[in-house]
Ligand binder design. Sequence first.
Ligand code: URA
Ligand code: ZN
Length: 376
Amino acid sequence: MTLLVDVHTHVYLPRYASWLRSRSVAPRILVNEAGEERLLILENETNVGRPVGPSYWDINAKLSFMDQHGIDISVVSFANPWLDFLSPPDAESLARDLNVDLEEYCATSPSLPSSSLKRIYGLGLLPLVPGIPVSSVLEAVSQIAKAPHLRGLIMGTKGLGKGLDDDALNPVWKAIEENGLVVFLHPHYGVDPSAWGEKENGHVLPLALGFPFETTTAITRFILSGAFDRFPSIRILLAHSGGTLPQLSSRLASCIDHDPVVASRLKHDARFYLGKLWFDAVAYGPEELAFVSEIISRAGRYESGSTNTKSLADRKEGSKRMLFGTDHPFFPPLSSSEKWKSVVENLEAIDAVAGWGTNEREGVRAGNALTFFGIQ
Ligand code: URA
Ligand code: ZN
């Protein structure tokens, strides 16, 4: 029996939830007329908000979700919007305290039966806000590197306010690379809400389209800045299977070819860099997983001119860079007895990818994550 490892699963630890409760503008937690706590996370969200409760902060609720769904190990990360809305001194001290809290959350989780492995590992956070000295960010990187159960960090797309192609981040990437930490790149802002028009579509457009577009833009700007040439060993895991980057990578390569200024900054064809990334398998469908695994495996071959001949073998090879996730505790079921659709659908998708055999399925369910996060 193989394990199941969830690499995309979030928390708001109690200290963070208290900050959210103390605020009067988004992001905030408020109590509605029915006396229930609700989470208001985006600026333009209606006052209805989303459900929020113990599964965000109580380790027993996380463990019982894991037990209900057969998840053996979770690599938990803080949920958006992290510390983005804070001033530098608050961001610095809250990052330090939350990384301590997260290490303790992981350390107090039970071990797997007959194993020295814990059931929960973590991804810390950095005080990435405009105006903060880079030295404070580097201190947080060292703090995370020293914490035994933290294996990397979750990062939004803003960097120090200017995005992930900001040269001021170079020392941060260098420290992350040198310490062998994983970066989990995750969206929060979506795109300009005017793109969504006037019809009431709730959270559907920002979450289904805005989130993946934001991730796509952020990682593309990182690639175009030449960061992968400067930091070739950096390990970045993209949320939601890389947004739309896999689908658009050949178009991106063609646009770069026609722009000598950008082309001259890069050592490789744009598709080469896709092969340096990892992708969660939170795509909800087998065709999407098949496509992503094929594309990322072909990535390195574009420069040699041979690209189109081996799709099933590519799918198997590319699966080694894909990792199961759930996005818990977002998208809860409507009744408390139901299984979470995000788990059921993402597991069914993994089982149904044409061309993935037992090895690939087991890799995506657990083996790839254990290797990637050094959980052994
Ligand atoms: N998933 C997340 O991680 N964050 C959200 O805000 C919604 C879904
Ligand atoms: Zn998420």
